[in-house]
Design a protein around this ligand. Structure first.
Ligand code: NAD
Ligand code: 0WE
Length: 253
């Protein structure tokens, strides 16, 4: 389906990461993947995972740094020989902001969450644009959550960041469409990644999804990956949010 396509996957931390499920699905669809990882601590893990999908283009990139982003895109473009696909699966808020009340969010912590979780998509899209345009177009996908449009208890500043991210998807789709570059998001239900497991009350949220969603079950990272690959491939789909949540978003109670 994506035979010969060149993909950059940002956001692999370990084998449970949503980004890793997407990389495996891209590899299965015939794409060649490169990876960025956040810090030295993750290098070994990401290199080993990359090797299992025949990739050795693995470069560090902290999305808070413009210099890091510039270097990483240069190395990826050289390593892959171009770019068709960008997968953005990055988010961060201070752990103390994912409990308690949103109203107590400090200025610095607010900007940190928005910087890492929302602005980074635009920072990466801008650097991807010339590389994709040179190949006649491209496709970008990011990851969001229902807490970006409804007040989900304790999602707090991450919800505000996801609202900015989802709006960014629409503005980026408008800007990059003329270059045949598409921008979409997957809105996933709770997935038991390493980051998610550390969140107090996560198991209760999974129980609520199993009880209240139309399909009466939870989803996993492979489900998310299927829809991500669909969006990356769907040549006339841009500016959309696709829900992979067993239908949970459709319910009123
Ligand atoms: P994860 O912890 O595996 O992935 C988050 C990634 O963000 C990590 O790889 C981490 O290194 C990266 N990151 C954080 N700060 C960074 C920085 N400054 N520079 C570069 N990278 C940085 O968790 P995940 O659940 O796979 O999250 C991936 C995406 O999916 C996130 O956008 C998250 O909001 C979204 N999402 C997750 C769920 C869920 O329930 N797990 C549901 C919907 C959406
Ligand atoms: O986007 C997310 C979580 C992203 C995330 C996770 C962490 C944990 C570790 C961002 N920052 C951090 N910071 C850390 O220090 N999700 C969609 C999963 C999630 O997180 C929640 C949820 C759901 C769902 C937090 C509260 C309520 C619901």
């Amino acid at each position: 389906m994506l035979e010969g396509k060149l993909a950059l996957v940002a956001g692999v931390a370990n084998r449970r990461s949503i980004a890793w499920a997407i990389a495996q699905a891209l590899h299965a669809a015939g794409a060649r993947c490169a990876f960025t990882y956040q810090g030295e601590r993750l290098e070994k893990t990401v290199r080993e995972l990359a090797a299992s999908v025949d990739s050795d283009v693995v470069v560090p990139c902290d999305v808070r740094s413009d210099a890091d982003l510039d270097r990483a895109f240069g190395e990826v473009a050289a390593g892959l020989g171009g770019l068709d696909i960008l997968v953005h699966a990055i988010a961060f808020a201070q752990a103390h902001d994912l409990q308690g009340r949103f109203v107590d969010t400090a200025r610095d912590d607010f900007w940190l969450a928005l910087d890492v979780s929302a602005y980074s998509l635009t920072a990466m899209a801008r650097r991807a644009e010339p590389l994709m345009a040179a190949r006649g177009g491209g496709s970008i996908v990011t990851m969001t959550y229902l807490g970006g449009e409804r007040a989900v208890p304790r999602y707090n500043v991450m919800g505000v960041a996801k609202a900015a991210l989802e709006s960014s998807v629409r503005y980026l789709a408008a800007d990059l469409g003329p270059a045949n570059i598409r921008v979409n998001a997957v809105s996933a239900g709770p997935v038991r990644t390493l980051a998610a497991r550390s969140i107090p009350g996560f198991a209760t949220m999974e129980e609520m999804v199993a009880e209240r969603s139309p399909l009466k079950r939870n989803i996993d990272a492979a489900d998310v990956a299927k829809t991500a690959v669909y969006l990356l491939d769907a040549e006339n789909v841009t500016g959309t949010i696709a829900y992979v949540d067993a239908g949970y978003h459709a319910m009123g109670m």
